[in-house]
Design a protein around this ligand. Structure first.
Ligand code: ZN
Length: 134
């Protein structure tokens, strides 16, 4: 794993939260993108090397809606950048971590992603992400 690529934050009011983070970070949101596979709308902010990803559910009982119902708004996951996601997934699996998806899937912001089950990571949902090279 190379560095923290982004931190994902679950929010209820997408538009208000974008405004809030623009004010807080003093940078404009550079992209919003719907991720169909996760039923979420995402908004990205770049601050130095790290990004903030806001996540809004676009489905009543989607993963983000369920998360907010259970824990309230707040930090949802921490994403680490990797060079070779398949290799990292294999390594982590052999070390006893549970992967939430067997194959890398297409995430937001031009990334292949995989999540680790938080039961083995102190309750923190970890995302691996690899830039899709075009
Ligand atoms: Zn993410």
């Amino acid at each position: 794993m190379k560095k923290i690529e982004h931190i994902g934050i679950a929010v209820k009011d997408f538009a208000a939260s974008i405004q809030l983070f623009e004010k807080l970070l003093r940078v404009p949101c550079y992209k919003t993108e719907i991720v169909e596979s996760e039923n979420v709308n995402t908004a990205f902010f770049q601050k130095g090397e790290t990004k903030i990803e806001l996540l809004e559910s676009i489905e009543e009982d989607g993963v983000i809606a369920k998360f907010i119902a259970k824990k309230g708004e707040g930090i949802h996951h921490i994403a680490f950048e990797v060079d070779d996601i398949e290799k990292e997934m294999h390594l982590l699996k052999t070390e006893g971590f549970t992967l939430l998806n067997d194959k890398p899937k297409k995430g937001a912001d031009n990334k292949l992603v995989c999540f680790l089950h938080p039961k083995e990571t102190n309750g923190v949902l970890i995302e691996l992400c690899q830039e899709i090279k075009t």
